[in-house]
Write a protein that binds this ligand. Structure first.
Ligand code: ZN
Length: 175
């Protein structure tokens, strides 16, 4: 991440800015959040994000080149995970600041409701599409269906769910 140019002195803030530059992209932030506590192959990220694989690979390359993400090969599949989960703590803190600032704003996805209590904020739900455990704190988006709350890891999962909720709610009553 450091770039030594001639005798230029590199400060900690230069390095800090480099990390922010890499993360200053909504798609890369979304990817980082999806692999917050597990490793995933590109094929699964593609499903969750509803993005083209080539596009995702490009973002993963940037994250990897800057040492934020590491890979593990298993057969033909390459799994991606965070090099250091502390980077996510930083991102979570920024999100908390935004949650407070924009609390209840209707036009922004992933925000908590005005009347949400802390215990509800942290309560974990299973993303009905991919099975990932998410909460209001970590989810990309949510939906209310017949009074029931659903949380989603990313936009792709929500879109799939909204097209045909019954498909993902086997045995669960939503009516
Ligand atoms: Zn999902």
């Amino acid at each position: 991440m450091s770039k030594l140019v001639g005798n230029k002195v590199i400060t900690i803030f230069d390095l800090h800015a480099d990390v922010f530059k890499v993360l200053a992209n909504p798609k890369r932030l979304e990817i980082v959040h999806l692999i917050r506590d597990r490793e995933l192959p590109v094929s699964e990220l593609e499903e969750m994000l509803d993005m083209r694989q080539a596009n995702i690979s490009q973002h993963l390359m940037v994250l990897r080149e800057n040492n934020l993400v590491k890979t593990r090969r298993d057969g033909t599949k390459i799994y991606y995970s965070l090099t250091d989960s502390k980077i996510l703590k930083a991102s979570d803190l920024i999100r908390e600041v935004l949650q407070t600032k924009f609390k209840g704003a209707k036009h922004i996805t992933g925000l908590i409701d005005n009347d949400m209590k802390l215990e509800d904020y942290l309560k974990e739900y299973r993303d009905p599409v991919c099975g990932m455990m998410v909460s209001a704190k970590t989810a990309a988006d949510s939906a209310k269906l017949s009074g029931k709350d659903f949380f989603f890891c990313a936009r792709g999962c929500k879109e799939k769910f909204m097209k045909n909720p019954e498909l993902f709610l086997k045995g669960q009553s939503i009516g």
